[in-house]
Design a protein around this ligand. Structure first.
Ligand SMILES: Nc1ncnc2c1ncn2[C@@H]1O[C@H](COP(=O)(O)OP(=O)(O)OP(=O)(O)O)[C@@H](O)[C@H]1O
Length: 357
């Protein structure tokens, strides 16, 4: 057993170094201001109940996300989201650590907070604050269908835009690189929290492989293979189209949603495309038109004709202020039986055997 444990510890140490753990520890030691935790392997296993499948709250191209409860027992329990990343290769190690250093410094009410990570597994684990009401995609396209008022849509749009404006601003301007409704999470008060960012830090010579989703990808990228902060503005414009129309840009039938939107704007038939739920609201059409004008600017080409994210946020905040959300509108979004409510029971380790040592 001793030999086995020794080997196992060696392997875990090896993973830690492989994932840039030493580099990260050094950076955290030198900059005492960063609130970032390097979690122990055992804590993560316990918190996720051994990566129990019932704890899975989402799956993306880059990993699986688990709901997890840290520190039950004597300490106060904290609910977090653990993202089990797909493996990263040697060449990405430094980039991965750099990304974490940028992300853990970001502090904004509309950005999901990165609390720490655990590097003692075969694949790195990222620990985020838990955001409980699903994604904007669930809200707009989920079942049962929910009635979402224009005021709620404008408020969520303004919050997400403010998050992106913050990311784009100094001292560490960062691109999101994958803006879509699945990456706009909603907290217990239905406040928007942007997640899954950090494609690249903006510098003079931006040259990154986009990890973005096709339906939201800046068409300019296909011409010059450059991703800039204006690519984020384009993707955000497509999200705004979804908010106004209720149509899913990723659905087969709407795969040309952006072009359809532009055509409707051109021939004055926008009213046919907009979500009937909001068209019927009293006094909505003026704001819908203003928001649609903003969308047209966000998805314009070339990219430098698009407004900066700060300006988009400012305009959306004005629209939102013109139509304040009624407090009961948020309550109405609750769906009976939704949400993830489980109570972690000690010793439940189903799925543990699937883990690599
Ligand atoms: N902090 C969180 N709290 C609650 N749920 C979350 C959290 N982060 C992610 N999720 C859920 O997990 C899903 C996948 O997460 P995420 O988008 O980060 O993964 P990904 O592999 O990077 O996906 P993508 O394909 O978008 O790149 C989200 O759509 C959401 O449903």
């Amino acid at each position: 057993t001793e030999v086995f444990l020794h080997k196992q510890n060696n392997k875990r140490q090896w993973y830690f170094e492989q994932h840039g753990g030493r580099m990260l520890s050094r950076i955290l030691e030198t900059d005492g201001n960063i609130a970032f935790t390097l979690y122990k392997r055992g804590d993560i296993v316990k918190a996720t109940r051994g990566f129990h499948k019932d704890n899975i709250v989402g799956e993306g191209a880059h990993g699986t996300v688990y709901k997890a409860i840290l520190g039950h027992g004597d300490t106060a329990a904290t609910v977090v989201a653990v993202k089990r990343c797909k493996q990263i290769d040697e060449s990405r190690k430094e980039e991965f650590v750099q990304e974490m250093v940028v992300l853990c410094r970001v502090d904004h009410p509309n950005i999901v907070r990165l609390l720490g990570c655990c590097l003692h597994f075969e694949a790195p684990m990222l620990v985020y604050e838990f955001v409980q009401n699903g994604t904007l995609s669930d809200l707009l396209h989920g079942t049962p269908r929910r009635r979402v008022t224009l005021a709620t849509r404008l408020r969520i749009a303004a919050e997400a835009a403010e998050a992106l404006a913050h990311l784009h601003s100094p001292p560490h301007p960062t691109l999101h690189g994958d803006i879509k409704p699945q990456n706009i999470l909603l907290d217990h008060r239905w406040v928007a929290k942007v997640s899954d960012f950090g494609c690249s830090t903006i510098d003079d010579n931006i040259q990154v492989v986009p990890k973005g989703t096709l339906a939201y990808l800046d068409p300019q990228f296909l011409q010059n293979f450059q991703i800039t902060n204006k690519s984020d503005v384009f993707s955000f414009g497509v999200v705004l189209i979804e908010l106004l129309t209720g149509k899913n840009a990723q659905a087969k039938e709407w795969k040309n949603l952006t072009t359809t939107f532009q055509n409707c704007m051109g021939n004055g038939t926008l009213g046919n495309l907009v979500d009937t739920d909001i068209v019927e609201e009293e006094g909505a059409m003026g704001l819908i038109n203003s928001a649609a004008q903003l969308v047209s600017r966000c998805i314009a080409s070339p990219g430098n004709a698009r407004p900066a994210m700060g300006l988009v946020a400012e305009e959306l905040r004005q629209f939102s202020d013109e139509m304040p959300e009624r407090p009961e509108a948020r309550q109405a979004l609750e769906v009976e039986g939704q949400g993830y409510s489980y109570t972690a029971s000690e010793g439940e380790t189903t799925g543990f055997n699937n883990l690599a040592a």
